[in-house]
Design a protein around this ligand. Structure first.
Ligand SMILES: Cc1cc2nc3c(=O)[nH]c(=O)nc-3n(C[C@H](O)[C@H](O)[C@H](O)COP(=O)(O)OP(=O)(O)OC[C@H]3O[C@@H](n4cnc5c(N)ncnc54)[C@H](O)[C@@H]3O)c2cc1C
Length: 553
């Protein structure tokens, strides 16, 4: 055997698995189709939000969280309804993961130098009943340094193992096949791709300049999901979400191509929950794209008015930041692939954040001075850049001008000023009293009882048509593809199972390729910050398990 273990994919899950295996004294070959510039995969681009339960950061902000509450929220969000089959292992992984997030996760990361921004974010607020979807409390912990900050300690460990020879890392190696002897996976073969100068995240060529075959006692597949492969996204799009969007932006680099999943399937692995995906509804086209159709997700506070393509306001729970899947369903059922936010300057200054490490230079660069400047008047610089240069933004001092501008950036010109004005005036009248029947305004006021929201995330309720809060802003929101919730079904050791539910000997999976654990630990919906965490957890579990199995042979 050339190596003890081969890991396919040098994203976060692959990095974690590799260093855990090498720590246990086993020799690893780490392969990736991309050049070294893209080491770390999607995680480098991520906002670095991590789901933690009952953390010191939460407690300092007066948040009362517990394992029981988190598990209640997880189950209400997941809606596991295939527990005897496709959800069997995913549900078990979910339970183990929530325990990890309430237990060892924070200290394990801190021991590697990872620190957290002190204000905990409240993602996916739900908007229905207590035992339904959503986080009952804020749990989105932003890593100080965002995505690069979470990749860094694992990259450091990787490079240390490369120096001692425990790990060989070969970029530009694209796996085409998992090799089998007597039903057991014993290696990989593939193409050596031409050297590439593509910068991080940019598409690299697929020109082959050679071939390779490597053998090992086990292979870990950590090749990510299908988010950049829109043909696959459309193929598995569930009918419950209406017709697949004709137009979509890409929230992930081109390497998230889903190709390795089919290769693992050919080798006997079972893929489950293909119809579960996590795409965002608040996508804007990047004016400065790194990859094709590059979409950026707005992480919205709760105050923008959300209208469908025809200018009709969405009803509860489809408010900004409440229920991604429900909103996606509502949008798709309109027959159009976009929707609108209408908001004010006051709202954009306090409530608009953009997902992605490069969109948050203050947090990514760990600059306290720049982070504090978020509190100063004016939108954050990356948001202002979109207002100035992004094709999805309209800024106007009157509603008439705004609606005219909105109609001008769509082909259909579906919006009627009188109809939009009537809805905004009705909403604005509800601001006059301290109580209201408008569920969104109730939610905004409720959110401001959380100090973190009041400080930096939720604008004081005000009339949208009050010129003192202006100018008015409209944003066209596109669907942006991102996460794959289903994947290779794995047991609690990360071993890939076949159609009969038996272990495929020698084959492990981790990260998004395994549906973040078990072939889908999220079920239908995510509580956010659970993807990076799922990669950390599954990479750690699979890495330790494969090393243990080899030691016992
Ligand atoms: C902009 C952005 C923001 C995000 N923000 C957050 C956040 O705040 N919180 C959160 O929890 N999650 C977030 N995520 C999601 C999270 O980053 C990803 O789900 C996670 O990083 C996936 O990691 P992975 O290791 O499973 O896969 P990937 O990072 O996709 O890595 C897979 C690797 O496998 C390689 N590969 C694939 N096929 C082959 C093959 N056949 N041969 C060789 N190599 C192959 C690819 O080139 C790639 O390098 C975000 C993602 C993005 C893009």
């Amino acid at each position: 055997m050339d190596y003890d273990v081969i890991v396919v994919g040098a994203g976060l899950a692959g990095l974690v698995a590799t260093v855990e295996i090498a720590d246990a004294g086993k020799k690893v070959l780490l392969l990736d189709q991309e050049p070294e510039a893209s080491l770390g995969g999607q995680a480098w681009w991520s906002f670095g939000g991590l789901f933690l339960v009952n953390s010191p950061e939460q407690r300092r902000l007066g948040i009362k969280d517990s394992l029981e509450l988190a598990w209640q929220d997880w189950q209400g969000s997941a809606g596991f309804d295939r527990v005897d089959d496709e959800d069997y292992w995913g549900r078990k992984w979910a339970q183990a993961y929530v325990e990890f997030a309430a237990g060892e996760k924070r200290e394990w990361l801190r021991s590697q130098g990872i620190r957290f921004f002190p204000v905990v974010g409240w993602a996916e607020r739900g908007g229905q009943l207590a035992d339904g979807h959503g986080n009952s409390v804020p749990r989105f912990h932003i890593v100080w340094g965002t995505g690069p900050g979470i990749v860094a300690p694992f990259e450091q460990r990787l490079r240390a193992h490369m120096v001692t020879g425990m790990v060989q890392y070969k970029p530009r190696h694209r796996v085409n096949e998992l090799l089998q002897v007597g039903g057991a996976i014993v290696g990989v073969s593939g193409d050596v791709l031409a050297p590439s100068t593509a910068a991080r995240g940019e598409a690299s060529s697929r020109d082959a300049v050679g071939e390779f075959v490597y053998s090992a006692q086990a292979v870990v597949v950590s090749s990510g999901g299908i988010g950049a492969n829109h043909a696959l996204v459309r193929q598995y799009w569930p009918s419950r979400l209406g017709t697949p969007p004709a137009k979509m932006l890409s929230g992930v680099p081109a390497h998230v191509d889903g190709r390795m999943l089919a290769i693992a399937e050919q080798a006997g692995g079972r893929i489950v929950n293909r119809d579960r995906m996590w795409h965002y509804t608040e996508g804007i086209e990047n004016w400065n794209p790194v990859w094709e159709r590059h979409g950026i997700r707005i992480l919205p506070g709760p105050s923008s008015l959300w209208l469908d393509a025809r200018g009709q306001r969405f009803t509860a729970p489809n408010f900004p930041g409440f229920d991604t899947l429900s909103t996606l369903e509502a949008i798709q059922k309109t027959g159009y692939n976009y929707s609108w936010f209408i908001l004010t300057q006051k709202i954009i200054e306090k409530e608009f954040a953009l997902s992605g490490s490069e969109q948050n230079p203050d947090l990514t660069g760990k600059s306290i001075r720049q982070v504090l400047s978020r509190a100063l008047p004016g939108a954050m610089a990356p948001v202002q850049a979109f207002m100035d240069k992004g094709k999805d933004f309209v800024v106007a001092s009157t509603l008439a001008e705004l609606v005219k501008g909105m109609n001008a950036i769509t082909e259909e010109k579906l919006l009627d000023l009188a109809q939009i004005e009537r809805q905004i005036q009705a909403r604005d009248r509800e601001i006059e009293n301290k109580f209201t029947k408008d569920a969104q305004i109730t939610a905004i006021r409720g959110a401001r009882n959380y100090v973190g929201d009041k400080l930096i995330r939720v604008a004081k309720p005000h009339r949208l048509l009050d010129p003192a809060s202006g100018p008015l802003i409209a944003v066209r929101l596109n669907i942006v593809s991102r996460k794959t919730l289903g994947g290779l079904q794995t047991d609690l050791s990360g071993r890939v199972l076949n159609q009969a539910g038996e272990v495929v000997p020698g084959l492990y999976a981790a990260g998004e390729a395994s549906g973040f654990g078990g072939g889908g630990l999220h079920g239908y919906r995510a509580l956010e910050g659970t993807f990076l965490g799922g990669c950390l957890f599954t990479g750690r579990v699979a890495g330790r398990a494969v090393a243990k199995e080899l030691q016992s042979r």
